[in-house]
Write a protein that binds this ligand. Structure first.
Ligand SMILES: Cc1cc2nc3c(=O)[nH]c(=O)nc-3n(C[C@H](O)[C@H](O)[C@H](O)COP(=O)(O)OP(=O)(O)OC[C@H]3O[C@@H](n4cnc5c(N)ncnc54)[C@H](O)[C@@H]3O)c2cc1C
Length: 391
């Protein structure tokens, strides 16, 4: 949707093919980092998305048995967006969609992409179905932005490049909450760390981490046994957990994995966001990286389409710049997960020592900057935004 708006504002015609009928559905990630916020603000969608409802968060804390091991205070960052934003994805998507719909060159097709149209080696469009109706959307270029289990990627015959680098899965659930935490907290009370943050409207979003593969054995013991384990991991919330976690329908398991497809481009086709590279939830990077991908691809695509050259070489120029940045994030997330979530072993032994060092040296501030912004050089190419916002 971000890329769609950028391309529309550069005068191109765009069709978004989206399989779900409503924006009012279950989402997972909703924390935006300053790097993503800056770009969405430059694009003119942040204020409108925020007005629909959001909670700013001051930073991130790692707490072990009541002791603060690490604290990253975003208020010290040198930017107007010196905070994390817990923004429901539906609010951001609704704002993007509304602005896209202001353009007569935009089409929103509620259908499921099911096949690629090829001419020899080159992708020329997408087939999609809604119920019994079959659509064929021809395009100068197809962008696969359809998430971690991307159908477009599979249809193109590109492997997802799954990297089993994380040792934990996350069970996700929400509790109604009248008070705000005001930050993201990873709390290590029992063996299973719990991630917590405010989620609009009036919820505490919790991610209970557990060893990979442990869930099926645990779940077979029944909801009461599961609830007892969650209570042990978050004793301060025990009463509210009893009230709100009453069946398995209240919990959803996230298979945490990283992935990086071996190639992101073919003639007439580019992959971006989770379809190209998937990230674990720790460090809240996925939406920000997807937005950055869109901003970085925008000038490349505008030039390729206007030169009528969507060859694989031309489109790979996106991948050549972006892949090293994405690899750096994947590598850092892996270290982060080991240091923050690993239950025992060397990482657990070293955790307080590393935390102390990080907090006492400029490395802590440097890491906050890295997580908050990623590559600071990525900016909206305003010179290409030739079409006013409202047409
Ligand atoms: C539990 C969890 C917590 C997370 N927390 C955060 C966080 O706090 N911050 C953060 O930045 N990231 C977070 N992430 C990651 C983040 O959600 C993703 O990285 C981000 O949504 C990727 O954006 P995307 O546009 O590439 O894909 P998606 O957001 O997955 O969007 C893909 C879209 O394609 C549509 N689609 C799929 N298949 C088809 C098809 N065949 N035809 C038509 N449409 C199709 C889907 O309906 C969907 O709308 C989290 C992820 C999870 C799972």
């Amino acid at each position: 949707m971000t890329l769609a708006l950028l391309l529309l504002r550069s005068g191109l015609r765009v069709t978004v093919v989206e399989r779900t009928a409503s924006l009012d559905r279950e989402y997972r990630g909703e924390i935006l980092q300053p790097g993503g916020l800056v770009l969405l603000d430059e694009l003119g969608v942040l204020a409108g998305a925020r007005r629909r409802g959001a909670y700013p968060l001051e930073g991130f804390r790692l707490v072990e048995n009541g002791r603060v091991l690490m604290s990253f205070d975003y208020r010290r960052l040198p930017t107007a967006h010196n905070y994390l934003l817990s923004l429901p994805q539906a609010h951001l998507l609704a704002e993007l969609l509304e602005q896209c719909q202001a353009s007569p060159r935009f089409q929103y097709l509620n259908a499921r992409a099911s096949d690629l149209v090829r001419e020899g080696e080159v992708v020329r469009g997408v087939r999609a179905s809604s119920g019994q109706i079959e659509h064929c959307v021809m395009a100068s270029c197809v962008v696969g932005a359809d998430g971690r289990y991307s159908k477009v990627r599979r249809l193109a015959g590109i492997d997802g490049g799954r990297l089993d680098v994380f040792d934990q899965d996350v069970v996700w659930f929400r509790l109604p909450s009248a008070e705000r935490l005001g930050e993201v907290v990873v709390n290590r009370a029992g063996g299973s760390p719990v991630i917590a943050y405010d989620s609009y409207p009036g919820y505490l979003q919790l991610g209970w981490t557990l060893a990979k593969g442990e869930w099926s054995r645990l779940a077979s013991a029944g909801i009461q046994a599961v609830r007892a384990r969650i209570r042990a991991a978050a004793p301060q919330l025990a009463d509210r957990i009893d009230e709100s976690v009453t069946s398995f329908a209240d919990l959803s398991l996230l298979d945490v994995f990283g992935a990086c497809a071996p190639t992101w481009a073919q003639g007439g086709l580019v992959l971006i966001g989770d379809a190209a590279h998937t990230h674990g939830p720790l460090g809240a990077q996925g939406i920000n990286l997807a937005v950055q991908d869109a901003v970085m691809l925008h000038p490349i695509l505008v030039a390729a389409v206007s030169d009528d050259d969507v060859s694989v070489d031309r489109l790979r120029s996106f991948e050549r710049i972006r892949r090293p940045q994405v690899n750096a994030v994947l590598k850092f997330q892996k270290i982060q997960a080991k240091m923050m979530l690993a239950p025992a072993g060397l990482a657990a032994y070293l955790r307080p020592k590393v935390a102390r060092t990080l907090m006492r040296t400029p490395i802590g501030a440097k890491l906050t900057n890295l997580v908050a912004f990623g590559d600071r050089g990525i900016r909206v190419r305003h010179s290409l935004l030739t079409t006013p916002l409202e047409v």
